[in-house]
Design a protein around this ligand. Structure first.
Ligand code: FE2
Length: 600
């Protein structure tokens, strides 16, 4: 996998079948040398990260991977284009593909019916065939915004593996128990040929969300206590965070950041002590993960990445939380202080990636803020438990459910947008996932930077069709007056910014590509469409193509004009929704008749 790249260097991460020395070389330019790294071992698995240096900004060059001097990648019969190191363009990465929530189940007809077509795999197939999509360009970077793997809801292939090691009757049943199971989960998620090619060709950055560990991870102190009472939680979280560092986090870091990472420093120290021998890092990784979970202040998963004249800040919105009711926060003090330093102007665009949407549909925002107040006792003691139940059942756990943190970030963003932290950027853009539908929201303001929320979810884990309709009506309709009334009944102050929906919601499996170049922002949401009669070769289809005019800072902001393509007239929308509404109504009638009959 090609992970962190900048203008001159690239990190190549591998898991190998055995111990050895991993090397990267450029077959088209042998004179530029060979870059090497020995494997290290964690729970019997072998990994290496090779730092390739001396690249030229913007160059895309083929590479080969060697294990102990023998070429192991690409394989001679590999049907895909050669894997490539794509150094960032001189102006920085400007086209970001992003998305979240991907279950890894097979790509046969049955699973395409139950889980939809995998949007990321379809995009990989299209790119490998030379297609460029509506933007006409290859993205510079893939940003995966959480739920890269599902440790709590497993596929039959994963369950087969678990059953080969322990009884599924044994806790935690079909969920993951240890590092070995995580290693297999990552293998299933990332070894599908088209995806494996994509990862070997397109640089990627990642951040976790709840399912990488468990649904609702750290939603509240009550949730945490519930988990800690189980026999398996400690093993799970240690394995989850340890494997996350190995599989996802290590490759997020620049060479400088990696050189300061305590685990990486320890690995290099041990490698220097015993040259030629594979270092076993198992105990160190386990102890580190255990501490990272018990003492969130001990490690930072958030990071930053330059995007040329723009800037990307990737926030950990799960592990750095404070859950004590009196000091509940999405980010603990240290993390919040760090974020405060990162959110500055003097950039073209300030891009903030957080797995959980910052700007929810306004109605849902009010509901979550109300629920937090309810658990805090705003309606009296009897309603606290109701609030906690609602929080866990309805996933009321986004930034709005950590209202104090929401307000702090809003204050920072308002200052950036007003030009009080350096020259105001043209836009401040939140990129998020998690919510199984996609949309654009925008802050209503008179001037300064445009503040936008772009959400792309899921890559492959769609909401059931009937729930989509209900959700669209509630979340983007009636929740607004209801939520606002509930929030004011619990004396929740109004949020320090107002925002509105610009485009969406879209519910299909999709991957988005954001183009930051020029004065206008353009984002496309792409999905996979089955070709009738052809198995396993989905084609790329357009969900939405949104152009947002970004006026120069200082010009009074009008509401964003989103030109959404393909345009749908209200009549077409009604026509598209009619079968679903009629189907839901028919189901309800059948259910009613059935209930009456069985009551007789
Ligand atoms: Fe999630």
């Amino acid at each position: 996998m090609v992970r962190h790249v900048d203008g001159t260097s690239a990190a190549v991460w591998v898991e190998t079948a055995r111990a050895g020395e991993v090397a990267v070389r450029l077959p088209d330019d042998a004179d530029r040398g060979v870059w090497r790294a020995p494997t290290f071992r964690v729970h019997g698995h072998h990994y290496a990260l090779v730092e390739v240096t001396g690249l030229r900004p913007g160059e895309r060059t083929a590479y080969e991977l060697l294990l102990d001097g023998e070429v192991v990648w690409p394989r001679p019969d590999d049907p895909f284009p050669a894997p490539a190191l794509a150094a960032s363009p001189p102006e920085g990465p400007l086209r970001l593909a992003f998305g979240s929530c991907r279950t890894s189940v097979p790509h046969d007809t049955v699973h395409e019916v139950t889980h939809g077509v995998d949007a990321l795999r379809t995009y990989a197939l299209a790119l490998s065939a030379g297609e460029r999509g509506p933007l006409g360009v290859v993205p510079d970077l893939l940003l995966l915004l959480g739920d890269q793997v599902y440790a709590d809801s497993t596929s039959s292939a994963m369950q087969e593996f678990i059953a080969s090691r322990r009884s599924l009757e044994e806790e935690p049943g079909e969920e993951l128990a240890d590092y070995e199971e995580y290693a297999h989960l990552y293998l299933l998620a990332w070894s599908e040929p088209a995806l494996r090619w994509l990862f070997s060709w397109l640089p990627s950055l990642m951040i976790f969300d709840d399912h990488d560990i468990r649904d609702d991870w750290n939603t509240s102190l009550a949730w945490r206590h519930e988990m800690e009472e189980t026999s398996w939680w400690h093993g799970r979280v240690v394995a989850g965070l340890g494997s996350y560092w190995v599989y996802q986090h290590l490759g997020n870091l620049s060479m400088e950041a990696r050189a300061a990472d305590p685990l990486w420093v320890e690995l290099l120290r041990r490698q220097r002590e015993r040259p030629g021998q594979e270092v076993d890092l198992t105990e160190v990784v386990d102890a580190f993960a255990d501490r990272a979970d018990r003492e969130p202040l001990s490690y930072r998963w958030s990071y930053t990445h330059p995007l040329g004249r723009s800037h990307l800040v990737v926030i950990d919105s799960r592990a750095a939380r404070r859950l004590e009711p009196e000091s509940r926060a999405m980010l603990d003090e240290r993390e919040m202080a760090w974020l405060d330093e990162q959110l500055t102007g003097d950039v073209d665009h300030l891009v903030i990636a957080t797995s959980l949407p910052y700007l929810l549909p306004p109605g849902i925002h009010h509901l979550e803020a109300w629920d937090e107040a309810l658990v805090g006792g705003a309606w009296g003691a009897p309603f606290r438990r109701v609030g906690e139940w609602l929080r866990q059942e309805l996933d009321l756990e986004h930034w709005a459910a950590f209202n104090d943190s929401f307000d702090k970030v809003a204050a920072m963003v308002n200052e950036v947008a007003a030009g009080r932290r350096g020259a105001a950027p043209a836009s401040v853009i939140f990129l998020s996932g998690d919510v199984h539908h996609s949309y654009i929201n925008e802050v209503v303001a008179d001037g300064g930077s445009r503040v936008l929320q772009l959400v792309c979810s899921p890559i492959r884990n769609p909401m059931p069709v009937v729930i989509r309709v209900v959700f669209a009506v509630i979340a983007h309709g009636v929740a607004r007056p209801l939520g606002a009334a509930l929030a004011s009944s619990a004396r929740v102050p109004d949020p320090p910014m107002r925002w509105r929906g610009v485009a969406g919601p879209w519910f299909s499996n999709n991957i988005a590509v954001l183009d930051l170049e020029g004065d206008d922002l353009r984002t496309v949401w792409l999905a996979g469409r089955r070709v009738p009669g052809v198995d396993d070769e989905p084609r790329l289809s357009l969900v939405a193509d949104v152009e947002l005019n970004v006026p120069p800072v200082g010009v009074a902001l009008r509401p964003a004009v989103a030109r959404v393509h393909p345009q749908k007239t209200p009549r077409e929308r009604v026509r598209a929704a009619a079968p679903v509404v009629l189907g839901a109504a028919a189901l309800a009638v059948v259910g009613l008749i059935w209930r009456r009959r069985s009551a007789r």
